[in-house]
Design a protein around this ligand. Structure first.
Ligand SMILES: [Zn+2]
Ligand SMILES: [Zn+2]
Length: 361
């Protein structure tokens, strides 16, 4: 089968094509696993963290990708909840121990033995993937494969972040960074908290225009001061400055939710500007978001199908995974990037004028 593999850590400023196209054997499902023929795999910022070593894979080579949608083609003998032909999705959580206190409390995302798809085991940048049957999700009919893929991480982790933000209807919510996850959170808020006003901080004017177009009441650069103070801010950026600025915009008792596995180090020095009375006093809180649980993915897919909430998509061929990742690194983002696997599309995406095809529904 065709797969894009990562053989070693590399940095995008030196290596533009860290993933290599290879032909490897189709994996065999074990007793409790299913073999899935991947149709689409969405691209996540976490792939950049894996490639550049901020959350490094424990061994190489590895196939990245943790937002895969496809069809079950084979099941192990112990599998009774999926059959060949079923459409399923695979998310970041590949497995957890199921026995520790975190797992028993329903916080399997915090399990010490948490394993991640596409980092600790091979993921979805390939024609086939094997996964444990109880870590695969039915995809609601309302979604196409392309629409469903970004829901599995960008959507599910956005759902978890929004819950951790703890807002009630009418509260002001800030989003700093406006990529795949941010734009889905904005749409979710409009449904769940119709009285909530969303304020977006983003570096690029095209991201701010995109946010306004989707209904943000205000969109400004990271250092700008929004016209109102905020009850909560969700940070999806790889940098530190946006955290500092978000703390500055919080009202007393407000909460900053940081949705990033790792932060990059280039602007870390700005933390020396942290001023306790300005940024933290008055019971402001900072909370990180770690991974997702299976319940997050299931509950989010149900909610998204009810709304229905659909992502804005940019489509790439599997062989153009490096291009998609380079664009993500350069923050050339409008919605969610997905790799179309097993279907021939022109190099650089469907639309040669823009290098990408966009579907907004
Ligand atoms: Zn992800
Ligand atoms: Zn556990």
């Amino acid at each position: 089968m065709q797969a894009m593999i990562l053989e070693r850590l590399s940095f995008f400023d030196r290596v533009k094509s860290p993933l290599k196209l290879v032909d490897i054997p189709i994996p065999k499902p074990r007793r409790d696993e299913i073999l899935v023929k991947v149709s689409v795999c969405a691209v996540c910022h976490t792939e950049l963290d894996e490639i550049e070593g901020r959350t490094p894979p424990p061994s190489f080579p590895v196939v990245p990708g943790h937002q895969a949608v496809g069809q079950v083609v084979e099941t192990g003998p112990d599998v009774h909840d999926h059959s060949p032909g079923d459409r399923v999705g695979v998310a970041w959580i590949y497995s957890a121990c199921g026995r520790c206190e975190h797992c028993i409390e329903g916080n399997e995302n915090l399990c010490r033995q948490f394993k991640a798809t596409g980092r600790d085991v091979n993921g979805g940048y390939a024609e086939y993937i094997v996964v444990r049957h109880d870590f695969a999700y039915a995809i609601p009919d309302v979604f196409t494969d392309q629409e469903a893929a970004p829901m599995l991480c960008a959507g599910a982790i956005g759902f978890r972040s929004l819950r951790l933000a703890g807002i009630t209807d009418g509260n002001n919510l800030g989003l700093t960074g406006f990529g795949a996850s941010g734009h889905l959170v904005l749409k979710m808020v409009q449904h769940q908290y119709p009285g909530t006003r969303v304020f977006v901080f983003a570096r690029a004017e095209h991201e701010r225009a995109f946010a306004r177009g989707l209904g943000a009441v205000w969109a400004g650069d990271t250092e700008e001061t929004p016209p109102e103070t905020l009850h909560s801010v969700i940070d999806t950026t790889p940098a530190w400055r946006p955290m500092l600025e978000a703390l500055n915009s919080l009202r007393p008792g407000g909460r900053l939710v940081v949705n990033a596995i790792r932060k990059e180090d280039h602007d870390k020095a700005c933390l020396s500007e942290l001023n306790y009375p300005q940024h933290l006093w008055m019971e402001k809180e900072i909370k990180s978001v770690a991974n997702v649980t299976r319940a997050d993915v299931r509950e989010f897919l149900e909610l998204a199908a009810r709304i229905p909430l659909k992502p804005v998509i940019e489509e790439f061929a599997l062989t153009d995974a490096n291009t998609a990742l380079c664009e993500l690194k350069a923050r050339k983002i409008r919605g969610a990037k997905v790799l179309q696997i097993g279907k021939k599309i022109r190099s650089g995406g469907l639309d040669t004028a823009t290098g990408s095809a966009e579907t907004s529904r």
